[in-house]
Design a protein around this ligand. Structure first.
Ligand SMILES: [Zn+2]
Length: 101
């Protein structure tokens, strides 16, 4: 049920087709990271997406911060409060603009 067998990846495969649904899904995953969980699956998903379509996160200026967050979280450290708060605000704004939520 939770396997993503329908389409093998949000932006994977094609190069040109930028899938907004996949991007919104990935951005939603970042919430999980903010709340303190970094599973290998989440990390791989985000990393993959950043590599597959960096433009989507860069467009919102989130790329650098999410990279930093992944690096921090996956080392088992706590993300600094400032980073967390700013990401929360920016992600919320992003998802509102996109109408994803
Ligand atoms: Zn994307």
């Amino acid at each position: 049920m939770s396997e993503f067998s329908r389409s093998s990846g949000p932006c994977g495969g094609g190069g040109d087709s930028h899938d907004p649904a996949g991007c919104a899904e990935v951005i939603a995953e970042v919430w999980t990271l903010l709340d303190g969980e970094c599973t290998p699956e989440t990390r791989r998903k985000l990393r993959q997406h950043l590599e597959a379509c960096p433009e989507c996160l860069r467009h919102y200026g989130l790329e650098e911060r999410i990279k930093a967050l992944i690096a921090t979280k996956c080392k088992g450290e706590k993300a600094p409060e400032g980073l967390r708060e700013r990401l929360r605000l920016e992600i919320r704004r992003t998802t509102i603009i996109r109408g994803g939520f």
